[in-house]
Design a protein around this ligand. Structure first.
Ligand SMILES: Nc1ncnc2c1ncn2[C@@H]1O[C@H](COP(=O)(O)OP(=O)(O)O)[C@@H](O)[C@H]1O
Ligand SMILES: [Mg+2]
Length: 152
């Protein structure tokens, strides 16, 4: 999944990559950016995929929202235009998906936050982003390909 690259961890301090925008400045949070409906749907699909990848690694973020996702600019090769990609930050409260009694509630809240924020556009009805069949997640191992459908 896309997170800032860690450089060092010393005495409780984590030194990490600065996620940047197209000008090399600190990347904006999702909350700071206006999206077209198509962009919102694309970022939603990407982020649900990231949530599934975290689950595959046994982790629930626990505070996933538009305030803890940055929009990084990835420069294109040669003359190709670059792309903006979500990068997830702020993971200190992440919990063990299988071992924490609150994991399922936190997972549903994380997914609900993505739906509420990215579905809050005139032509992106939140219903389209409603996660289906989320409850059975802890009873089986999620697969990364589950992200293709946004339902798992
Ligand atoms: N790796 C990073 N690259 C660029 N900006 C970052 C990075 N990590 C954090 N930030 C910025 O710092 C803010 C606070 O960081 P965060 O990890 O969310 O801490 P907290 O919410 O606990 O204060 C973020 O909203 C973001 O704007
Ligand atoms: Mg934060």
């Amino acid at each position: 999944m896309r997170v800032p690259r860690p450089f060092n961890f010393f005495d409780g301090v984590l030194l990490m990559e600065l996620v940047t925008d197209a000008h090399g400045d600190a990347a904006p949070r999702l909350n700071d950016v206006a999206f077209t409906p198509a962009q919102a749907l694309q970022h939603h699909a990407t982020l649900i995929g990231e949530v599934v990848r975290m689950l595959c690694a046994g982790v629930v973020h626990g505070d996933l929202s538009e305030f803890n996702i940055l929009l990084a600019h990835i420069p294109g090769e040669g003359d190709q235009p670059g792309v903006d990609e979500p990068v997830i930050i702020d993971l200190p409260q992440a919990v063990d998906a299988a071992g924490n009694n609150h994991a399922q509630r936190m997972l549903l809240r994380d997914v609900g936050n993505l739906r509420d924020f990215l579905g809050n556009l005139p032509r992106v009805a939140p219903d389209r982003l409603r996660p289906r069949n989320l409850e059975p997640v802890p009873s089986r191992i999620a697969q990364p390909r589950d992200s293709a459908h946004g339902s798992f």
